[in-house]
Each structure stands twice: as structure tokens, then as C-alpha cells.
Design a protein around this ligand. Sequence first.
Ligand SMILES: [Zn+2]
Length: 80
Amino acid sequence: MTIRCDEIPDRASDWIDAEGRRRDRLALALHLAICSDCRGYVRGLKQTRRLVAAALRRPVDPALHQRLGLSPAEDEEPRP
Ligand SMILES: [Zn+2]
């Protein structure tokens, strides 16, 4: 079973998340071992996901909350 380069974008997220069938993961690992273009693609996708996750963890500016009509106090209230 082989994987072509044009299949990598559809499979890269499963690869990064360590999901998918073992057979598919093995085929993808073999492809990445021989294809530097796809290794670069997967590396770039990992970096992008890390940056997005870091950006989402940053606190939202209260002024932006106000402009969007959201009250930060509601989000920060402790739940019973
Ligand atoms: Zn490739």
C-alpha cells in the first residue's frame, strides 16, 4: 500500500493527532521517510496548529469583548 503526495493533506491531521488505522499510519510513515516535500508539509502544519492553539489560549482584550457585545464578567463567573 502506497500513498501519493496529493493524499498527504487529507491524512496529515490524523497523523499529527496519532489517529487513524495502524495500516494507514504505517503507509504514511513510509511515505514521509522518503518524501522531504511531505515532511516539510507536515512540519508546517504542526507549527501552524501550535501557533493557533497558543493564540487561542491568550486572554481576550476586554475592549474587544465590549465591541463584540460580550461581557467578560459573564465568562469569568465561577460555576456552582
Ligand atoms: Zn510526498
